[in-house]
Write a protein that binds this ligand. Structure first.
Ligand SMILES: NC(=O)c1ccc[n+]([C@@H]2O[C@H](COP(=O)([O-])OP(=O)(O)OC[C@H]3O[C@@H](n4cnc5c(N)ncnc54)[C@H](OP(=O)(O)O)[C@@H]3O)[C@@H](O)[C@H]2O)c1
Length: 327
């Protein structure tokens, strides 16, 4: 297949997996790659580096803060005003915030960055008919969404939404909104991150049921890739000691792998067939690298929670599916 007439958009393209993915898309022959980064400066610098690395001048820049609803709406508007449609969205941006922070919309930062802006961007592009009929939407998942990771202190990261309802004194709707705002439960990075990636898997499942036939949406974990800037907020000792150690011994224990292999998983997903739409793909059970497979944990398929999270997302962003009356 030739990708010369294909357009891809990658969020978080200035660093780590997003940068590597953008390079691999150019190497694969994509004719237009939109580098969606937090600022124009970051996107322009990434563009220069990518042209140098790949020898191809196929990169365009877009400024978007995907944690902010207004910024995501504005970015979608910029794209809508440009000629040409988009064949591939790689919704990769994410943040490893180590403390509770909220966006100007009052949303907990990790969840907002992981999903809120990506949701808004996708809905607005869908509404404007800016995605091609066989477009692929690939959003960054994580093995953490399975609820456990083979690392100390990460054996049970699942939220108990029943207990959260009791804590907020309301129903599931109130519980979902409290989680989105970071009000419940108390902030713990591992659990907040795991929950954000579970919302990603739920979002994909709901969206797949509503997308026009021919389009594909999947969550894809890039696997554990310690060569990125994701750990930038960790204490220096962890960054300088633990991460280099992970890079060396991680592959032996199947808990870390090379960056290009992680990015390649997004490219693999860009070629998935329609039967995969709605699925969450990641490493095999109990490891964080290796061949990808569909994830099957029961909580990923809880229709009640899927719908409640989607409804919260629509309520708090004010943006829903085209034609649903929520947009
Ligand atoms: N690395 C891993 O082991 C691993 C494993 C599983 C999943 N993932 C997922 O992979 C994705 C990429 O992470 P990474 O490891 O490549 O980390 P990274 O090097 O820190 O890259 C994250 C990217 O997201 C961007 N970003 C963060 N907040 C943003 C915002 N509000 N608006 C726009 N862009 C924003 C960052 O931009 P700035 O430079 O401006 O901050 C950066 O370009 C994340 O979704 C992460 O959860 C990573």
């Amino acid at each position: 297949m030739t990708y010369a007439h294909q357009t891809a958009l990658v969020t978080g393209a200035n660093s780590g997996l997003g940068f590597e993915t953008s390079a691999q898309l150019a190497d694969a022959g994509y004719g237009r790659i939109i580098l969606a980064c937090r600022t124009e400066d970051k996107a322009a610098t990434a563009r220069e580096k990518l042209i140098e690395r790949t020898g191809q001048d196929v990169f365009e820049i877009l400024a978007v803060d995907v944690s902010e609803i207004e910024s995501s709406i504005r970015a979608a508007q910029d794209l809508i005003e440009q000629p040409g449609n988009i064949d591939l969205l790689v919704l990769n941006a994410g943040v490893g915030a180590q403390s509770l922070r909220r966006t100007s919309d009052g949303i907990e930062l990790i969840l907002a960055t992981t999903l809120f802006g990506h949701h808004v961007l996708t809905m607005k592009l869908l509404e404007a008919g800016k995605l091609t009929p066989d477009a692929h939407i690939v959003i960054a998942g994580s093995e953490a969404a399975r609820g456990s990771v083979p690392m100390p202190g990460m054996s049970n990261m699942l939220y108990d939404y029943g207990a959260i309802q009791t804590a907020v004194g309301g129903g599931l709707e109130a519980a979902m909104d409290a989680v989105a705002r970071g009000e419940e439960p108390a902030f713990n990075f591992n659990n907040v991150y795991s929950n954000a990636k579970i919302w990603v898997a739920w979002w994909v499942a709901v969206l797949a049921r509503e997308l026009p036939e021919g389009m594909v949406v999947v969550a894809m974990s890039p696997g554990s890739s310690p060569g990125t800037s994701f750990a930038r907020e960790l204490p220096a000792i962890m960054r300088w000691l633990l991460i280099p150690i992970m890079k060396v011994v991680g592959p032996w224990f199947k808990i870390a792998g090379p960056l290009p292999a992680g990015a390649k998983r997004y490219l693999d997903a860009s070629n998935f067939g329609p039967e995969t739409s709605g699925q969450f793909w990641a490493s095999p059970p109990r490891v964080l690298v290796g061949p990808i497979e569909v994830q099957t944990e029961a909580h990923l398929f809880d229709l009640n929670l899927q719908t409640a999270a989607w409804d919260s997302l629509v309520r708090l962003t004010g943006v829903g599916l085209p034609g649903s009356g929520d947009e």
